[in-house]
Design a protein around this ligand. Structure first.
Ligand SMILES: *[C@@H]1O[C@H](CO)[C@@H](O)[C@H](O)[C@H]1NC(C)=O
Ligand SMILES: *[C@@H]1O[C@H](CO)[C@@H](O)[C@H](O)[C@H]1NC(C)=O
Ligand SMILES: *[C@@H]1O[C@H](CO)[C@@H](O)[C@H](O)[C@H]1NC(C)=O
Ligand SMILES: *[C@@H]1O[C@H](CO)[C@@H](O)[C@H](O)[C@H]1NC(C)=O
Length: 838
């Protein structure tokens, strides 16, 4: 009610001509959570929207420590008077009423507080699986900063997480989480070049970087039902003389069935920029900064309000100098009518950005009478990458993403949206409407158990107490060549700790004491510099406790150098054989295998596309100072199975680990990693190389040889002698079963890593129970002699199904085991219960 009244009022006042109701957008978002963080009273925002106070929002917030700060100054909007500072991790959890796209708008205004200088705050922000900001810092920008995201939520809980960098803190002034009409983002668009149909837009999250109203005024949320801000295009025009502004009354705009005013308000379609001097026939060009590491979605809005009659205007649209739309004929598209809005979604692949984004409209080359070209509106949206990240590696905090923030100071003033209706604040207990989308799939084990570890910086801060880490705001850190020369004694051969196909690995020291592994590509390396950059982008988003983290990179002078966290205990293999290191216990080996399995599982499933490691082996499983296993060397060998650019038919991998099916068919799937991992398991158990040419023929290949013994049920004959007596036979049996499954001849018969993990967890449970029992027995009856203990399987106890899936890195626990798969082995859970309850 309120909504319509307000909008009608506006329409009638501003244009005396009567107007068709179809020009009026109305939309009531089901989810509409607005928070003025740190505020004690509701702010009187110009649009009258109801922002919750800090108190009212406390039910959403979970943190150990938070501080309210405020300024008394003249600010563009009252929402900037207060902020919430988080010295420690903080999460807001919102229960959504409906799935689908939501706006997540984050308002930052770096005020100066006596205690906290917000300009220096450095922190990361994520929403569920999406990394939004990484080590973000406002710096000396004294204007409000709006970060606006469009995220497709397929999970009823939206968790907005703020993670301060070590020794820093996070802050936020205001939060908006608002449903978006389904019609706003459809799945299909157009990709370039060649111009083709593109599907899968709804798989991505977006960050709106620019939203431009060509030839028109600033449009604030007051004039846009969806709360969007549209800024004028003048600042982005390449040659102002080549362009001219045109506008008409909004009442002339005739929305077709296919375009609603929600796509863009009539105020956008009723103004445009056209060719300055039609006689001269030169293009109109706009230039934008983009982060070259991401693909972008461009939504171009057109509406012919300049022609006198139909079939008069034909023009071309170019993107980065190439034809994106040829001979666009708006009047035909509009059903032989003028002033009909039309929009086109174009996906621009990051590979097309060498020098930013250039959008041009221009006349046809042939003489078609009147020569003109127009553009009414343009939205430039960064697309989340395959690691669900929107946090730009190379994005400088200001300058780049200025389209919404800097130019739009006024814009943030108005928040008008006549959503009016007051919300039942406390009552968030709505039924989640299930949709046939894939959110249930997301709900599965993999996405819960192994989330992206956005902003895990333990490595960086280690050793250097001072905050001198000088991180760039993106992911990863940019090192100069000089930095790394210094860190590695000018790449001295004495500090080489590894040699690989990619090049040498050096031990380096940065930041007065932090040890790092510096991997320098051979100059002959096949990898091009562009590819290298994409790689860094990708790798730095892949953060997981069981993956070796990338700290930074150097691309100076055609160098391709990656800097990783240093794993002081080196490769797993060195602890198994060949180096005379103290033998690892069976439990340690299990924990290492479990860690590695988690890392691999994350690679396979934790990203949208999935990454195949391609070279799983014990030398690529590294151990840190606490013997935590981390998988190394991923990504460089390659990403997705379908990755067109990387279909090298040459089989990669290491002998002894190579999936025979892959070898035969040259078809790589993640099951090839599973095979290799099976070999790793046998290596852990038998403590011998995967291939040992010195041995008699039938023993050369570990997989073949050990499986023969396994089939005879005599595996214990060939295990590492150090394990004899301390390994629980049950645990070994479970473990060997897992290995056998991994080594199945055919990929389809091999379990996914998630299942392998499950088996290993089980083997560990058995071993722990066994060891506990041993201990008990030694304690209680030292004299009774060592009888061989056996596992007591207790009768079934009820399973606690309400157990939440807890911290992914907290190993084991019945809840997690339950979450791992749809195993109906209830009895087994019962065992777990009893084992754990001991
Ligand atoms: C603010 O930052 C810009 C760019 O980073 C720099 O050129 C300018 O000197 C800085 N201003 C102050 C007052 O620090
Ligand atoms: C936006 O709405 C306000 C109030 O309704 C009105 O005064 C203003 O002219 C509108 N701006 C535009 C660009 O239409
Ligand atoms: C407009 O730009 C495109 C691509 O940059 C170019 O091919 C074309 O010749 C230009 N047209 C005119 C009239 O300058
Ligand atoms: C961009 O191109 C790369 C390489 O061709 C491809 O892997 C990627 O999927 C493309 N992105 C989109 C959004 O199509």
């Amino acid at each position: 009610m309120t909504i319509l009244l307000v909008l009608f009022l506006y329409v009638f006042v501003s244009c005396p001509v009567s107007v068709s109701a179809s020009n009026v957008a109305s939309f009531t978002p089901e989810d509409n959570i607005l928070i003025d963080c740190g505020a004690n009273s509701r702010p009187q925002v110009p649009d009258g929207r109801a922002f919750k106070t800090d108190q009212e929002a406390s039910e959403y917030l979970k943190t150990k420590n938070d501080v309210q700060v405020s300024v008394s100054a003249i600010v563009p909007s009252p929402i900037y008077l207060n902020a919430k500072v988080f010295p420690e991790e903080a999460t807001y959890s919102f229960t959504l009423k409906r799935p689908g796209y939501h706006w997540v708008r984050l308002h930052f205004f770096a005020m100066k507080d006596k205690q906290y200088d917000l300009q220096q705050a450095t922190f990361s922000v994520s929403v569920n699986r999406y990394a939004l900001l990484h080590n973000f810092k406002i710096n000396n920008n004294s204007k409000p900063v709006l970060k606006e995201y469009l995220l497709n939520m397929n999970d009823p809980t939206l968790t907005l997480k703020f993670e301060p960098m070590k020794n820093s803190f996070a802050f936020i002034n205001a939060i908006e989480v608002v449903s978006v009409p389904d019609s706003l983002i459809t799945d299909e668009g157009t990709s370039l070049f060649p111009v083709n149909k593109f599907s899968g837009l709804t798989k991505h999250g977006y960050q709106v970087i620019y939203r431009i109203n060509m030839g028109g005024p600033l449009i604030t949320s007051t004039n846009d039902t969806l709360g969007r801000t549209w800024i004028p295009d003048a600042d982005y025009l390449e040659e102002k003389n080549s362009a001219k502004e045109v506008s008409t009354s909004v009442s002339f705009i005739r929305y077709p069935m296919t375009v609603t005013p929600l796509i863009a308000p009539a105020t956008v379609y009723s103004t445009l920029t056209e060719m300055g001097d039609a006689g001269k026939a030169s293009n109109v060009s706009w230039k934008f900064n983009v982060d070259r590491a991401f693909d972008y979605l461009l939504r171009m809005h057109f509406c012919d309000i300049v022609s006198k009659s139909v079939n008069e205007l034909y023009f071309n649209v170019y993107i980065n100098g190439r034809m994106a739309i040829s001979k666009l004929d708006l009047s035909t598209l509009g059903g032989s009518r003028l002033a009909v809005p039309y929009y086109k979604d174009i996906v621009v692949n990051s590979s097309l950005f060498s020098d930013g984004l250039k959008v041009q409209v221009g006349p046809l080359n042939e003489d078609t009478g009147k020569r003109n070209a127009i553009l009414n509106g343009l939205e430039v949206m960064k697309m989340s990458n395959s690691a669900d990240s929107l946090a730009g590696e190379f994005a400088a905090e200001d300058g780049r993403e200025s389209g919404l923030s800097h130019k739009g100071v006024m814009a943030v003033v108005g928040f008008a949206m006549a959503f009016g209706a007051s919300l039942g604040l406390g009552a968030m207990m709505y039924k989640w409407k299930k949709r046939p989308q894939d959110w249930q799939k997301r709900n599965s084990f993999s996405s819960w158990l192994l989330p992206l570890h956005v902003g895990d910086h333990s490595v960086l801060s280690k050793g250097s107490g001072s905050q001198k880490t000088n991180l760039c705001t993106g992911l990863g850190r940019h090192f100069t060549l000089a930095d790394l020369q210094e860190a590695t004694k000018n790449f001295d051969s004495s500090v080489i700790i590894g040699v690989g196909g990619f090049g040498n690995v050096y031990l380096g020291t940065i930041d007065e004491g932090t040890q790092v592994a510096v991997k320098r590509a051979n100059p002959q390396s096949e990898q091009g510099i562009a590819e290298f950059n994409t790689e860094i982008q990708m790798l730095s988003k892949l953060r997981h406790r069981h993956l070796v983290s990338l700290i930074g990179y150097c691309d100076e002078n055609d160098e391709m150098i990656l800097v990783y966290e240093y794993m002081s205990n080196g490769p797993f293999r060195d602890h198994l054989y060949g180096k005379n290191l103290p033998p690892l216990s069976w439990k340690q080996r299990l924990q290492i295998c479990i860690g590695a399995a988690r890392g691999l599982h994350y690679l396979h499933t934790g990203t949208t596309q999935g990454i195949i490691h391609r070279d799983v082996k014990t030398t690529n499983i590294l151990l840190d100072d606490a013997f935590v296993a981390k998988v190394a060397d991923f990504g460089l060998s390659k990403d997705t199975p379908m990755g067109q650019t990387h279909v090298s038919t040459a089989v990669k991998g290491s002998f002894g680990y190579l999936d025979p099916e892959y070898f035969r068919t040259q078809q790589l799937t993640e099951k090839s990693d599973v095979y290799s991992f099976g070999v790793v398991l046998l290596e852990s158990l038998c403590a011998r190389p995967a291939i040992n040419p010195q041995l008699p023929r039938e023993q050369v290949n570990l997989a073949d040889w050990a499986m023969q013994w396994k089939r005879k049920d005599l595996l214990e004959k060939v295990i590492d002698p150090h394990l004899v007596g301390s390994i629980n036979p049950e645990s070994m049996k479970k473990f060997a079963e897992a290995a056998e499954k991994c080594l199945a001849e055919s990929g389809v018969d091999r379990p996914p890593m998630g299942d392998v993990l499950w088996h290993l967890e089980y083997a560990l449970q058995l071993q722990e129970a066994f060891e506990g029992k041993l201990e008990d027995e030694t304690k209680s009856s030292d004299a009774s002699g060592a009888s061989q203990p056996s596992i007591v399987v207790a009768s079934a106890t009820p399973i606690n199904n309400n157990h939440p899936v807890s911290n992914p890195d907290d190993s084991r626990g019945p809840a997690e085991v339950q979450a791992i798969g749809d195993h109906s082995e209830t009895a087994m859970f019962a065992q777990f219960q009893s084992l754990n309850g001991r």
